[in-house]
Design a protein around this ligand. Structure first.
Ligand code: ADP
Ligand code: MG
Length: 553
């Protein structure tokens, strides 16, 4: 049986009240381990701690809640000091700690990060402060100006510590940590154990306890990992567009490897009519906040970002993470994919890879402990179908506010009275779709063809050769079949292949050309298997209606 925060008796009533308000009922595994450790030991015994757990597992509250409870209100100098790599993370941690201490009115928490006016921060530091959250650059600036005094710090928290070293903050960390009293408790939080973490642990921590929950270095459980393959870098952007177009309703982060690429991809997307913006280090603080807020409020559909800019950021309901390139290290991949599938939600992590990168995939799969499933880059037609059905579903499900629309209806109806229903549907659909239909009208298959791994779906469900008839087959060796299901039945090429797999479980069968029409479809299969498929498929009950399948030639 899981115990609630209340049952654990960790916290005073003010904190419990805040947790109830936020909606945290049960501690997460890392919180279950860290909170009692930070709370119950007497001050003499306070040990340093290294805490490792996957992204999205609640590390902020694991250190934040006990620290808030342990603050001595009578001391006016800062007692707890959180260092983190980026401004965004600094703002986020501050926001979380303020939420946790909502009912502790006398607690003073301030954040110190660059890119904003330093004077207002100096002013804040002149008053009583209990907890400071800062990024290395601004913290050093304030120490040098003698505005920030860290001599009374009892608790040091290094959040996403390895990233700080990754970013080249080693000297800054050395400088800052030298200002802290020797007698203190140091806590190191990270999602991954890297060589950097070892450096930090050795340099700044004394005999630390290592607390690890879950497996090290693996992706979140409810994230599905898929990849698309293109044979040349010049096809990546095309593939990206098709991927986002086949996922209507997508809300995601697109990771790029450099600032230049981040900027470029965001610019291309914007130019092509997508709701996207870029987040990278060089932007001013105001610009970054603007982008982040737009994204957080879902007014922005795609955040194109560098790894550093998006590190540790907690945004809910991200449906997809897209890796425009595979990152160099699997740890970075784990951080990226951890942006989705947070707090029990499921998510999809997509990688667009070039054929020559496919050798790296195996290593990633091994390190992350998950299989990456290959999906073919969709065709223009599949995308248009998908968008069309998404729109139709929206039309079916929309709840119209009668009161608001009623005033306008007579006018609308009068204007449209000469169009019959069919014509209206056509026109409304065209307005919604001409962008896709026009763009994709002459589009080509961009999947690479001459590669074994390419031609096979690695996903067990899709273990068939499909889409483009493999060269070694002559046209005569294929037979054309008719099926009484088409895109009006939501059938896609992928769906059809699934049906064939369901009907006959034989990985030797090769499938040729597939054409999905509105109420029916035509597809080619190897002649020698046509009977088997005919019999198998006619037994399937699809959408509650029997399937009609015929051999055309
Ligand atoms: P991490 O630092 O491990 O990546 P965060 O501290 O950013 O994770 O937390 C991830 C998300 O989980 C946040 O949205 C946070 O509000 C939520 N969360 C944290 N602890 C709990 C809890 N005990 N119950 C429910 N949600 C939680
Ligand atoms: Mg975190």
């Amino acid at each position: 049986m899981k115990k609630t925060f209340k049952e654990y008796n960790f916290f005073n009533s003010s904190i419990l009240k805040a947790l109830e308000k936020i909606g945290f009922q049960y501690p997460t595994p890392i919180q279950e381990k860290i909170i009692p450790l930070l709370l119950s030991l007497g001050e003499e015994e306070e040990r340093d701690v290294i805490a490792l757990s996957q992204t999205g597992t609640g590390k902020t509250a694991a250190f934040g809640l006990p620290i808030i409870q342990k603050i001595d209100y009578n001391i006016t100098n800062p007692q707890a000091f959180v260092l983190c790599p980026t401004r965004e993370l600094c703002i986020q941690i501050t926001r979380d700690l303020c939420r946790f201490s909502k009912f502790l009115s006398s607690i003073k928490i301030i954040s110190l990060y660059g890119g904003v006016n330093i004077d207002s921060q100096i002013k804040l530091l002149k008053n009583k402060t209990h907890i400071i959250i800062g990024t290395p650059g601004r913290v050093i600036d304030l120490i040098k100006r003698k505005e920030l005094h860290l001599a009374k710090i009892k608790y040091l928290i290094l959040d996403e510590a390895d990233e700080m070293l990754n970013m080249g903050f080693k000297e800054e960390l050395d400088y800052i940590i030298k200002m802290l009293p020797k007698k203190r408790q140091s806590l190191l939080f990270s999602a991954t154990m890297s060589k950097y973490m070892n450096v930090i642990a050795h340099t700044y921590l004394t005999d630390p306890l290592e607390i690890i929950t879950g497996k090290k270095n693996i992706g979140a459980d409810d994230v599905k990992h898929i990849y698309y393959m293109v044979n040349h870098i010049s096809k990546k952007y095309l593939a990206l567009k098709r991927i986002v177009d086949i996922n209507p309703g997508i809300y995601g982060i697109i990771f790029c490897s450099t600032k230049k690429e981040t900027k470029e991809i965001a610019e291309y997307l914007i130019k092509d009519g997508y709701n996207a913006d870029a987040l990278y280090g060089d932007l001013s603080q105001t610009q970054r906040e603007l982008v982040m807020n737009k994204f957080r409020n879902k007014n922005l559909q795609f955040l194109v970002a560098t790894d550093v800019a998006a590190r540790g950021i907690d945004i809910h309901n991200i449906t997809h993470v897209i890796n425009y390139n595979l990152p160099k290290e699997s740890d970075i991949y784990v951080h990226r994919s951890g942006r989705t599938g947070r707090a029990g939600k499921s998510g999809i992590s997509i990688s667009i890879i070039q054929t020559k990168e496919s050798k790296n995939l195996k290593e990633f799969e091994r390190k992350i402990g998950k299989n990456f499933d290959r999906i073919m880059v969709p065709s223009g037609k599949e995308i248009c179908e998908k968008q069309l059905f998404y729109f139709i579903e929206k039309v079916k499900k929309v709840v119209v506010d009668e009161k608001l629309i009623n005033n306008f209806l007579p006018g609308i109806q009068k204007n449209l009275e000469f169009f019959d229903k069919e014509e209206l549907i056509k026109r409304f659909s065209w307005i919604e779709f001409n962008r896709f239909i026009n763009y994709y009208k002459n589009s080509k298959d961009i999947n690479p063809i001459h590669n074994n791994r390419n031609n096979n779906f690695r996903n067990n469900n899709f273990r068939k050769k499909i889409l483009s008839r493999s060269k070694k087959f002559k046209k005569e060796s294929f037979s054309k079949l008719f099926l009484n299901r088409g895109f009006k039945d939501n059938l896609t090429k992928m769906g059809l292949i699934n049906l064939i797999n369901q009907a006959v479980n034989d990985s030797r069968i090769h499938i040729g050309h597939i054409e999905i029409l509105s109420n029916s479809s035509l597809f080619e299969v190897e002649k020698r298997f046509r009977k088997k498929i005919l019999i198998g498929m006619s037994r399937i009950n699809h959408l509650g209606r029997p399937i009609n399948i015929e051999i055309k030639n």
